[in-house]
Design a protein around this ligand. Structure first.
Ligand code: 13P
Ligand code: SF4
Length: 365
């Protein structure tokens, strides 16, 4: 007999406490059949239920290794797509709320990237000269585009080695959708800023002249993360006045000037490891999403570490926060009842091509 979906409306009015008990019960009932993956930005009342946590790179590797029948992804849509692409046949990936997207990922789409590729072809042969590199924060069809055109995927923890690989293939890179990650990594590789030009997808030829395209080393897609874009150089300068011996660590999605003023720049996993390894009593200013900063601030309070959030305003990944205890309880109870809700299924042909680009990345990192 086919299971009937339990409607989400029944979970919406539940208090967080009531959800907690139901999540634990459903989780116990599912046992090893389900694994819950949680990104570091996930809200505390969901994060605590994750079996495995990590940054985008770690989670994609974990998704490829798990044997569980159900991969419940507490993250955002592109992460669940990667899990689906890398998982084994028969495994099912679910995203507790399908509205958990990524505004940066939405800044590039296949039509615009294909148009950019066609326009580049008016100036040079992109198949010979340009490696397309997509940040993992992108839809599966863009990863497939990279797979098909000799390109690759990167995450915030492996961008440098991926760009090195890319330049070993072709002499230029088209990097999308995050201009900041691309620019910062190119800068670390000693590529002059004048040779990293912004490609505006809403302008003809990206808003560049044929001459500019010919001399550019990196074409940076005009995209950004609205959360990390909030951090400003003056936040660091003001904090340093009060905390002259303090350290600053930022995510590479922050603007160039913020990265430049930081002592360390790296992925969410890197940020956690760097603060964990610091001596007791250290003071930190952290430029990344609020849930993660609050979690580590709490965790290291007992060691006398003072960990502060970079912006004076709240900068949360509001899309990640859509995965709440109500959605997690709903997802798990449906799975326990034999009904799969919110399955993420990348079409097979797209998944095959995207996997080529992801496998290139995994081989390099
Ligand atoms: P990480 O690769 O550090 O997990 O970052 C992903 C992300 O979306 C940051 O905004
Ligand atoms: Fe996307 Fe920014 Fe959220 Fe990361 S923090 S998932 S880049 S919107």
């Amino acid at each position: 007999m086919e299971a009937t979906t339990i409607a989400f409306e029944r979970y919406q009015p539940l208090a967080d406490d009531a959800c907690e008990a139901r999540i634990l019960a459903a989780r116990a009932g599912l046992g090893k059949r389900a694994v819950i993956l949680g990104h570091h930005y996930q809200r505390a009342d969901v994060y605590k239920h994750a079996d495995l946590t990590g940054d985008s790179l770690k989670l994609s590797k974990l998704a490829a290794q798990t044997q569980s029948e159900y991969i419940v992804f507490c993250g955002v849509h592109f992460m669940a797509e990667v899990a689906d692409i890398l998982s084994k046949p028969g495994q099912v990936t679910v995203l507790p709320d399908l509205n958990a997207g990524c505004s940066m990922a939405d800044m590039a789409n296949l039509a615009k990237v294909e148009r950019a590729w066609r326009e580049l072809a008016q100036v040079l042969d992109p198949e010979r000269h340009v490696t397309p590199v997509t940040y993992i924060n992108s839809a599966a069809d863009l990863k497939a585009f990279c797979g098909e055109h000799g390109g690759v995927v990167c995450t915030s923890s492996n961008t440098r080695s991926i760009l090195e690989w890319s330049f070993a293939q072709r002499d230029k890179v088209l990097f999308f959708p995050d201009q900041h990650l691309g620019r910062w990594t190119g800068y670390l590789m000693n590529i002059p800023l004048a040779e990293m030009l912004v490609w505006d997808p809403d302008e003809e030829l990206g808003g560049l002249t044929p001459q500019q395209i010919k001399m550019a080393k990196v074409l940076l897609w005009k995209g950004h993360c609205s959360v990390h874009q909030m951090f400003q150089p003056q936040h660091i300068l003001r904090w340093r006045e009060q905390n002259p011996s303090g350290m600053v660590v930022s995510h590479p999605e922050c603007k160039f000037d913020v990265c430049k003023l930081s002592d360390y720049v790296g992925s969410t996993e890197f940020i956690i490891k760097t603060i964990t390894a610091s001596p007791p009593g250290t003071r930190w200013l952290v430029g990344t999403e609020l849930n993660l900063v609050n979690r580590i601030a709490e965790q290291y309070k007992a060691q006398g570490k003072v960990i502060q959030f970079m912006a004076p305003t709240v900068c949360m990944c509001s899309t990640m926060a859509r995965i709440d205890p109500q959605h997690l309880a709903w997802t798990l109870e449906n799975l326990l009842a034999g009904d799969i809700v919110n399955q993420i299924r990348v079409p097979p042909h797209e998944a095959e091509l995207a996997r080529i680009a992801l496998d290139r990345m995994l081989a390099v990192s």
